[in-house]
Design a protein around this ligand. Structure first.
Ligand SMILES: [Zn+2]
Length: 126
């Protein structure tokens, strides 16, 4: 077997994704294996399953002015559709931890409820 950078790279593919009204569209590169939920004060309220992407594994396709942002700009910014209110993705802006966390429920062509998310203890670790 040839050496792989990581197992995730081996089977990751690009998924089209959108908010409910399709004002916001993006693409996410993932193998779905890292699905997680988080119990921090924000995530516990939105209660969805998340996927963490490298910044280069995320591509916003719609206009940024269709989004509103919430959160601490030095840590993370949560992005919502201005029209339907779906929270689509979060940019982790904390230096050294840059990533994009996407709402897995926005991905098209996946069986959302077959994901087996692990729990990230954001309540105590963030
Ligand atoms: Zn929308």
């Amino acid at each position: 077997m040839p050496e792989m950078k990581s197992q995730q790279k081996q089977t990751a593919r690009w998924y089209p994704a959108s908010c409910h009204c399709k004002n916001v569209t993006f693409k996410a590169q993932t193998d779905l294996s890292g699905a997680f939920t988080c119990n921090c004060s924000f995530c516990v309220r939105r209660a969805t399953t998340l996927l963490k992407l490298d910044p280069e594994g995320f591509e916003l396709q719609s206009d940024k002015n269709k989004l509103s942002a919430y959160g601490n700009s030095g840590f993370s910014r949560h992005y919502f559709c201005n029209n339907c209110g779906i929270q689509c993705f979060t940019e982790i802006t904390r230096q050294g931890a840059e990533a994009v966390i996407v709402n897995a429920a926005c991905l098209e062509g996946i069986d959302f409820y077959s994901l087996k998310p692990s729990l990230f203890d954001g309540k105590n670790k963030l």
